[in-house]
Design a protein around this ligand. Structure first.
Ligand code: VGL
Ligand code: ZN
Length: 214
Protein backbone atom coordinates (compact mmCIF):
# COMPACT_ATOMS: atom_id res chain seq x y z
CA UNK A 1 0.00 0.00 0.00
CA UNK A 2 1.37 3.45 -0.82
CA UNK A 3 2.22 5.51 2.24
CA UNK A 4 0.01 8.58 2.57
CA UNK A 5 1.96 11.81 2.22
CA UNK A 6 1.72 14.48 4.88
CA UNK A 7 3.65 17.60 4.01
CA UNK A 8 5.00 20.62 5.82
CA UNK A 9 6.75 23.78 4.67
CA UNK A 10 9.93 24.44 6.65
CA UNK A 11 11.03 28.09 6.75
CA UNK A 12 14.57 28.23 8.12
CA UNK A 13 15.82 31.35 9.94
CA UNK A 14 14.14 34.04 7.84
CA UNK A 15 14.97 36.64 10.49
CA UNK A 16 15.88 40.33 10.29
CA UNK A 17 19.53 39.75 11.20
CA UNK A 18 19.98 37.51 8.13
CA UNK A 19 18.50 40.05 5.68
CA UNK A 20 20.94 42.08 3.55
CA UNK A 21 21.40 44.87 6.11
CA UNK A 22 21.26 42.65 9.17
CA UNK A 23 23.99 41.74 11.63
CA UNK A 24 24.83 38.59 9.63
CA UNK A 25 23.48 39.70 6.29
CA UNK A 26 23.05 37.03 3.62
CA UNK A 27 23.39 38.37 0.04
CA UNK A 28 20.01 38.68 -1.72
CA UNK A 29 18.25 37.24 1.36
CA UNK A 30 15.08 39.29 0.97
CA UNK A 31 14.42 37.63 -2.40
CA UNK A 32 13.20 34.56 -0.50
CA UNK A 33 10.32 36.41 1.16
CA UNK A 34 7.88 36.61 -1.77
CA UNK A 35 8.10 32.94 -2.80
CA UNK A 36 7.83 31.88 0.85
CA UNK A 37 4.73 34.04 1.39
CA UNK A 38 3.14 32.53 -1.72
CA UNK A 39 3.94 28.94 -0.69
CA UNK A 40 2.87 29.40 2.91
CA UNK A 41 -0.74 30.08 1.84
CA UNK A 42 -1.01 26.58 0.34
CA UNK A 43 0.28 24.60 3.35
CA UNK A 44 -1.69 23.32 6.27
CA UNK A 45 1.47 23.03 8.36
CA UNK A 46 4.35 25.48 8.39
CA UNK A 47 7.35 25.02 10.65
CA UNK A 48 9.57 28.06 11.11
CA UNK A 49 12.95 27.83 12.78
CA UNK A 50 14.58 30.80 14.49
CA UNK A 51 18.20 31.20 15.53
CA UNK A 52 17.71 32.35 19.13
CA UNK A 53 21.04 33.00 20.87
CA UNK A 54 21.72 34.36 24.34
CA UNK A 55 23.93 37.49 24.33
CA UNK A 56 26.94 35.57 25.71
CA UNK A 57 26.68 32.81 23.11
CA UNK A 58 29.80 30.78 22.27
CA UNK A 59 29.37 31.31 18.48
CA UNK A 60 29.87 35.09 18.72
CA UNK A 61 33.41 36.32 17.94
CA UNK A 62 32.81 39.25 20.34
CA UNK A 63 32.69 36.77 23.23
CA UNK A 64 36.26 35.51 22.56
CA UNK A 65 39.12 37.89 23.19
CA UNK A 66 41.23 38.57 20.12
CA UNK A 67 38.92 36.67 17.76
CA UNK A 68 37.14 37.99 14.68
CA UNK A 69 34.15 36.74 12.68
CA UNK A 70 35.28 33.93 10.39
CA UNK A 71 37.86 32.62 12.87
CA UNK A 72 37.43 29.05 14.08
CA UNK A 73 37.70 27.61 17.59
CA UNK A 74 37.59 24.08 18.98
CA UNK A 75 34.67 23.17 21.23
CA UNK A 76 33.83 19.83 22.90
CA UNK A 77 31.53 18.98 19.96
CA UNK A 78 34.08 19.98 17.30
CA UNK A 79 35.06 23.00 15.23
CA UNK A 80 32.98 26.15 15.60
CA UNK A 81 33.05 29.07 13.14
CA UNK A 82 32.76 32.41 14.93
CA UNK A 83 30.11 34.85 13.69
CA UNK A 84 29.18 38.47 14.23
CA UNK A 85 26.71 38.85 17.11
CA UNK A 86 23.30 37.95 15.63
CA UNK A 87 19.76 36.82 16.51
CA UNK A 88 20.04 37.65 20.19
CA UNK A 89 16.87 36.51 21.94
CA UNK A 90 14.31 39.27 22.34
CA UNK A 91 15.93 41.71 19.87
CA UNK A 92 14.29 42.82 16.62
CA UNK A 93 17.16 41.12 14.74
CA UNK A 94 15.87 37.78 16.00
CA UNK A 95 12.29 38.50 14.90
CA UNK A 96 10.93 36.89 11.76
CA UNK A 97 11.75 39.09 8.77
CA UNK A 98 9.59 42.13 8.30
CA UNK A 99 7.55 41.27 5.24
CA UNK A 100 7.13 37.59 5.97
CA UNK A 101 3.40 36.79 5.93
CA UNK A 102 2.61 33.38 7.37
CA UNK A 103 -0.78 31.90 8.27
CA UNK A 104 0.00 32.01 11.99
CA UNK A 105 -2.70 29.59 13.10
CA UNK A 106 -0.94 26.89 11.06
CA UNK A 107 2.61 27.77 12.12
CA UNK A 108 4.82 26.41 14.86
CA UNK A 109 8.18 27.98 15.71
CA UNK A 110 11.24 26.00 16.72
CA UNK A 111 13.91 28.07 18.50
CA UNK A 112 17.51 26.83 18.46
CA UNK A 113 20.98 27.76 19.67
CA UNK A 114 19.87 29.18 23.00
CA UNK A 115 22.26 27.18 25.20
CA UNK A 116 25.31 29.44 25.74
CA UNK A 117 27.73 26.58 25.02
CA UNK A 118 26.07 24.93 22.02
CA UNK A 119 25.36 26.32 18.54
CA UNK A 120 22.71 24.85 16.28
CA UNK A 121 22.65 25.15 12.52
CA UNK A 122 20.17 22.28 12.25
CA UNK A 123 16.54 22.86 13.17
CA UNK A 124 16.34 19.28 14.47
CA UNK A 125 19.42 18.52 16.59
CA UNK A 126 21.86 21.03 18.09
CA UNK A 127 25.61 20.99 17.40
CA UNK A 128 26.31 18.73 20.39
CA UNK A 129 24.42 16.20 18.21
CA UNK A 130 22.36 15.20 21.27
CA UNK A 131 19.86 17.95 22.05
CA UNK A 132 16.64 17.60 20.06
CA UNK A 133 14.65 20.80 19.47
CA UNK A 134 11.20 19.18 19.29
CA UNK A 135 10.91 19.52 15.50
CA UNK A 136 11.09 15.75 14.84
CA UNK A 137 8.66 14.91 17.64
CA UNK A 138 6.16 17.43 16.28
CA UNK A 139 6.38 15.92 12.79
CA UNK A 140 6.04 12.37 14.11
CA UNK A 141 2.96 13.37 16.08
CA UNK A 142 1.39 14.78 12.88
CA UNK A 143 2.62 11.89 10.64
CA UNK A 144 4.52 14.44 8.53
CA UNK A 145 6.81 12.57 6.15
CA UNK A 146 7.63 15.09 3.40
CA UNK A 147 9.32 18.43 4.00
CA UNK A 148 9.76 21.36 1.63
CA UNK A 149 12.68 23.35 3.01
CA UNK A 150 13.47 27.00 2.24
CA UNK A 151 15.05 30.01 3.95
CA UNK A 152 18.50 31.12 5.15
CA UNK A 153 21.31 30.35 4.82
CA UNK A 154 21.51 27.61 2.17
CA UNK A 155 25.04 26.58 3.13
CA UNK A 156 24.57 26.56 6.93
CA UNK A 157 21.22 26.24 8.66
CA UNK A 158 19.27 25.14 5.59
CA UNK A 159 21.82 22.46 4.67
CA UNK A 160 22.11 21.07 8.20
CA UNK A 161 18.34 20.98 8.58
CA UNK A 162 17.93 19.23 5.23
CA UNK A 163 20.66 16.65 5.97
CA UNK A 164 19.23 15.85 9.40
CA UNK A 165 15.79 15.51 7.81
CA UNK A 166 17.18 12.95 5.36
CA UNK A 167 18.85 11.00 8.18
CA UNK A 168 15.63 11.06 10.20
CA UNK A 169 13.81 9.46 7.26
CA UNK A 170 11.88 12.30 5.64
CA UNK A 171 11.44 12.87 1.95
CA UNK A 172 13.15 16.24 1.51
CA UNK A 173 12.86 18.94 -1.14
CA UNK A 174 14.92 22.14 -1.25
CA UNK A 175 12.99 25.06 -2.74
CA UNK A 176 15.79 26.56 -4.80
CA UNK A 177 14.34 30.01 -5.51
CA UNK A 178 13.38 30.45 -1.84
CA UNK A 179 16.84 29.98 -0.30
CA UNK A 180 20.03 32.11 -0.36
CA UNK A 181 23.53 31.34 0.90
CA UNK A 182 26.37 33.06 2.74
CA UNK A 183 29.07 31.41 0.54
CA UNK A 184 32.26 31.36 2.62
CA UNK A 185 35.07 30.00 0.38
CA UNK A 186 32.83 28.04 -1.95
CA UNK A 187 30.55 26.72 0.79
CA UNK A 188 27.42 27.33 -1.28
CA UNK A 189 28.34 25.03 -4.16
CA UNK A 190 29.66 22.44 -1.70
CA UNK A 191 26.39 22.58 0.21
CA UNK A 192 24.30 22.08 -2.92
CA UNK A 193 26.45 19.08 -3.93
CA UNK A 194 26.27 17.64 -0.43
CA UNK A 195 22.48 17.91 -0.27
CA UNK A 196 22.01 16.37 -3.73
CA UNK A 197 24.34 13.49 -2.84
CA UNK A 198 22.38 12.87 0.36
CA UNK A 199 19.11 12.58 -1.55
CA UNK A 200 17.61 16.05 -1.19
CA UNK A 201 15.48 16.78 -4.26
CA UNK A 202 15.42 20.19 -5.93
CA UNK A 203 12.17 22.01 -6.69
CA UNK A 204 10.96 25.57 -7.41
CA UNK A 205 8.32 27.43 -5.40
CA UNK A 206 6.03 27.45 -8.43
CA UNK A 207 6.23 23.65 -8.68
CA UNK A 208 5.56 23.36 -4.94
CA UNK A 209 2.44 25.52 -5.21
CA UNK A 210 1.13 23.58 -8.22
CA UNK A 211 1.67 20.27 -6.41
CA UNK A 212 0.21 21.30 -3.10
CA UNK A 213 -2.98 22.98 -4.33
CA UNK A 214 -5.57 20.27 -4.21
C1 VGL B 1 23.19 30.69 10.51
C2 VGL B 1 25.40 31.15 10.87
C3 VGL B 1 25.19 31.31 12.21
C4 VGL B 1 22.09 30.35 9.54
C5 VGL B 1 22.95 30.83 11.86
O1 VGL B 1 20.90 30.59 9.84
O2 VGL B 1 22.42 29.82 8.46
N1 VGL B 1 24.43 30.83 10.03
N2 VGL B 1 23.95 31.15 12.71
ZN1 ZN C 1 23.53 31.60 14.75
Amino acid sequence: MPVKVFTALVVVDVQNDFLENGALGVPKASEVIDPINRMAQTFERVIVTQDWHCADHVSFAANHEGKAPGDKIQLPYGEQILWPTHCVEGTSGADLATGLRLPMSRVIAILKGNDKNVDSYSGFIEADRKTHTGFHAYCQDRFINRLYICGLATDFCVMWTALDAIHLGYEVFLVTDATRGIDLNGSLEAAMDHMKMAGVKMITSEEVINREIK
